[in-house]
Write a protein that binds this ligand. Sequence first.
Ligand code: FAD
Length: 302
Amino acid sequence: MAPTRASRWSTTGQPRRINVSFEFFPPKTEEMERQLWEAIERLAPLAPKFVSVTYGAGGSTRERTHATVKRIVNDTALTPAAHLTCVDATRDEVDAVIRNYHAAGVRHIVALRGDPVGGIGVPYAPHPGGYVNAADLVAGIRRIADFEVSVSAYPEKHPDSPTVDADIDMLEAKVDAGASRAITQFFFENDLYFRYLDRVRARGIMIPVVPGILPVQNFRQAKNFAERTGASVPRWLAERFEGLDEDLATRKLIAAAVAAEQVIDLVDNGVTDFHFYTMNRADLVYAICHLLGLRPATKAAA
Ligand code: FAD
């Protein structure tokens, strides 16, 4: 077994404690808002370490992200993490957002460079008066206040990056700038994650690299995401969802089985922290968390 991995059992023979975090996106319509809050209310009793809210391309959701994060602070006992990118904004504009979050009680930011204004595939050009990349943004956030800062990591490398090593250079720069956790892009083959983790650790980067898990609620949509983000979709996964486009009930069962298989294998190899891309839906994520041994806080305490 690689030295970076532990088993699912602690030295006292007890299963290791599992920590989860949930990612949501800010809603565009009232219906989506209702769906988001249903999901948050269903998942909140599982006591996630934090819940994060994404920031739309080019800051397009700035107000909605802010409003969602603020409501999480005001109306729930959850710890929010606000995503922030540096696309198409000056340092002053980004700094104002950071200060606003701090004033609202937010203490955790997921700092990202973001996608180019022209869309994925167009070379990224920093705003002339803006933060040049994610590492620069992390440093800016840390200068403003004592935020906890999480950043991205790419087990299959970011599409802009020539090599995995170049990608890990960027991760190292983000850690040197003050990031204390990396959350990975989703992946479906756990070996990709473990190989990446071994390379990260071999470079002396010791922060938690939390696997990002995408439960496949909709295979076509997941495949589209994967194409845009450089994540691979194994043939076996496509085969499992083959012929189920019109069969939601079976699709859900398969999705649960696929995600269960993935997280159990990660746990068996010593992973204790998981970040779920919820797509603002609770059912599948709730079921997977149950499988991981999480129970609603009140029942667990009883
Ligand atoms: P970085 O870590 O800064 O860079 C990724 C790779 O690209 C590195 O290898 C780096 O070397 C290379 N690179 C960077 N800049 C250049 C350049 N100019 N030329 C060549 N190579 C370069 N996007 C959003 O818009 N909103 C979100 O809320 C959001 N949340 C995310 C959360 C997670 C956990 C993850 C994994 C991604 C998220 N993204 C989000 C997507 C992210 O913004 C894109 O993947 C973006 O293209 C890269 O931003 P980054 O901070 O991940 O990049």
